[in-house]
Write a protein that binds this ligand. Structure first.
Ligand SMILES: Cc1cc2nc3c(=O)[nH]c(=O)nc-3n(C[C@H](O)[C@H](O)[C@H](O)COP(=O)(O)O)c2cc1C
Length: 168
């Protein structure tokens, strides 16, 4: 209900998507370790929540192939991509097997078991503290328990339905 009892309609999903396409965001690969091996997907829906305690959030589509792994995970890792990772972003962006995804790029197993991308701009190792479902997605809240940042600063953003390079 809005003002004076008026209820407003939600904008159409395509209109929303069009609007959101203008909101540039960093590109990340969110990973976890499932019982049957590493699992990960490309995500731009990642943001900082609080610095005390250090907390971030990531949104995962509940229909995605790696959702079952994140549903039972206790830990996950957010790997922020550099411009050189554009092909990796597309590979982790859907319709490929986990074996194909992790065959590309250099991955190391973090102390939580979740894979870390060796040359990521920054990797945040997280403990899943809380999650909630909203619409088609699950919002994962992660307490940051490990962080490794590269010296390089150039970032890969996704904006206007294309990749853009910033910083340096
Ligand atoms: C640039 C980019 C950003 C994306 N951001 C998200 C995101 O924030 N959350 C999400 O669930 N999927 C996002 N996706 C789509 C997932 O990466 C994709 O659905 C995932 O790999 C699962 O696909 P699958 O079901 O074929 O495995 C994004 C894809 C791309 C290319």
């Amino acid at each position: 209900m809005g003002i004076m009892g008026h209820s407003f309609e939600t904008v159409e999903s395509m209109e929303f998507r069009h609007g959101m396409s203008r909101l540039g965001a960093a590109v990340n690969i969110v990973t976890t370790r499932a019982d049957d091996g590493p699992c990960g997907f490309t995500a731009s829906a990642v943001c900082s929540v609080s610095d005390t305690p250090a907390t971030l959030l990531a949104c995962v589509n509940r229909t995605s192939s790696c959702f079952p792994a994140f549903e039972t995970a206790h830990f996950f890792c957010v790997n922020t991509l550099a411009p050189s990772h554009e092909a990796l972003s597309n590979l982790f962006g859907g319709k490929t097997t986990m074996a194909e995804r992790f065959a590309a790029g250099e991955w190391i197993e973090g102390r939580t078991g979740a894979p870390l991308l060796k040359d990521a701009l920054v990797s945040f190792e997280c403990e899943l503290t809380h999650s909630l479902d909203q619409g088609t997605h699950r919002v994962l809240f992660g307490r940051v328990i490990g962080l490794s940042a590269a010296d390089r600063q150039e970032a890969l953003l996704y904006c206007g339905r294309r990749y853009v390079t910033v910083g340096g």
